[in-house]
Design a binder for this molecule. Structure first.
Ligand code: NAD
Ligand code: FE2
Length: 388
């Protein structure tokens, strides 16, 4: 067996109502003056107030930063860090989706040492320590609560990643109650994102490993079996628990066996059209899998029955076809648009998008099949009008 490394969060707490027990987690970490990072949407629906109240009732002095924007720009991170510094905080808690969790991660590093934000981008560039960090996801998608990554919007259309084991939190808290009110569209988009994390981890070219494989398979099964219920009956607690756990397991998988061409082709769609991350992935998923099939069909065949929910007979090629058509069906069942055209992409932009996708070499190197410019363009063209 090829050697491998596997890093994940040191402590994971999973359970209904566990977000209301954060004070105990803070005590374990000797945190007395935490900053809670969240977004205004979550405040307006009343999701975070009970969490803040429970912390305060236990004697913690909570500073709230609730100005996180989706796909957070640097300015938001710097504003949060400034507030935290002025209040002399000694720990950072995120309650929110990937955007809030990523802001919290970077703020914890900025306030734990003296490194500037601009010096952190890339892999392994973070130096020094961070403040104690507690992450509580409210979407079942990014898996950011267990990844060593923060994604920051750095320009008009560009995002940059900070990847360092320092960004793994001290504790990830999974409380599915927080996801009960997640709107159907967000549930669908973030859920498909998590499925893509599992699929791409399973076929990752260089760092595929037995632990990520195990997690990816379990994640994909949980996500595929529960996404329809979670989208159509958001109050189904069991489905929500399974989605949150599935997204977390997929996050652990791809944190150690990185994602590839689906994400590489999705990023330019987010950058140029502000299409949400999960939807961008969904829009190119079937076409990238079709492109990869000649190299990856043995592995895709292994995933087919996890998505389909029953055993599939036939060759690896026919199992791969069955997987791709099951994913197309799933995307339709959760009411996501299934062509770039429907998502508002201009046909005349496809070349530009393909050029941009080529810049994502960090991801493309993980793809089971090499992707050249012409391939990326052909994939976007196929995704433009969808299935023939
Ligand atoms: N760090 C990582 O490993 C990683 C991985 C993938 C993506 N990302 C990043 O994460 C971000 C996307 O995160 P996301 O998809 O979780 O969404 P998000 O955090 O951007 O939130 C999306 C929207 O959903 C709303 N929302 C969140 N939870 C809700 C709830 N329980 N009820 C009602 N509304 C709710 C928010 O208010 C917001 O308006 C992007 O910036 C992406 O680049 C990070
Ligand atoms: Fe993703």
């Amino acid at each position: 067996m090829q050697g491998f490394e596997f890093n994940t969060v040191g402590r994971l707490v999973n359970g209904s109502g566990s977000a209301l027990e954060l004070a105990g987690e803070c005590r374990r970490l000797d945190v007395k003056r935490p900053m809670l990072v969240t977004d205004p949407g979550l405040v307006s629906i009343g999701l975070v107030q009970p969490v803040i109240q429970a912390l305060e009732e236990q004697g913690l002095a909570v500073t709230v930063f609730d100005q996180v924007k989706e796909d957070p720009p640097e300015a938001v991170i710097l504003a949060a860090a400034e507030l935290g510094r002025s209040r002399d905080i000694d720990g950072v808690i995120a309650v929110g989706g990937g955007s809030s969790m990523d802001v919290a991660k970077v703020v914890a590093v900025l306030l734990g040492g003296d490194q500037q934000l601009g010096e952190m981008y890339g892999v392994g560039m973070v130096t020094g320590a961070r403040l104690p960090l507690l992450l509580v996801p409210t979407t079942a998608g990014t898996g950011s609560e267990v990844t060593p990554v923060a994604v920051v919007t750095t320009g008009e259309t560009t995002k940059a990643g900070i990847s360092s084991p320092v960004l793994l939190p001290d504790v990830a808290v999974l409380d599915a109650d927080l996801t009960l009110g997640l709107p159907p569209m967000v549930t669908a988009m973030t859920g498909v994102d998590a499925m893509v994390h599992a699929i791409e981890a399973y076929t990752s070219r260089h760092q595929k490993n037995p632990l990520s494989d195990m997690l990816a398979r379990q994640a994909l099964e949980l996500l595929a079996r529960n996404i329809r219920v979670a989208v159509h009956d958001g109050q189904d607690r069991q489905a929500r628990e399974n989605m949150l756990l599935g997204a977390c397991l997929a996050g652990q998988a791809f944190a150690n066996a990185p994602v590839a061409a689906v994400h590489a082709l999705a990023y330019p769609l987010g950058g140029h059209y502000h299409i949400p991350h999960g939807l961008s992935n969904s829009l190119v998923l079937p076409q990238v899998l079709e492109f990869n099939a000649p190299q990856a069909c043995v592995l895709y065949a292994e995933l087919a029955e996890l998505v389909i929910g029953e055993s599939v007979e036939g060759s690896v090629e026919s199992k791969t076809e069955a997987l791709i058509s099951a994913l197309r069906q799933l995307i339709n069942d959760v009411s996501l648009p299934d062509t770039l055209e429907l998502a508002g992409v201009e046909e005349g932009d496809l070349e530009m998008l393909a050029e941009d996708a080529m810049l994502q070499q960090r991801l493309l190197v993980n793809n089971p099949r090499d992707v050249a410019y012409d391939d990326a363009l052909a994939i976007y063209r196929a995704a433009y009008r969808g299935a023939a």
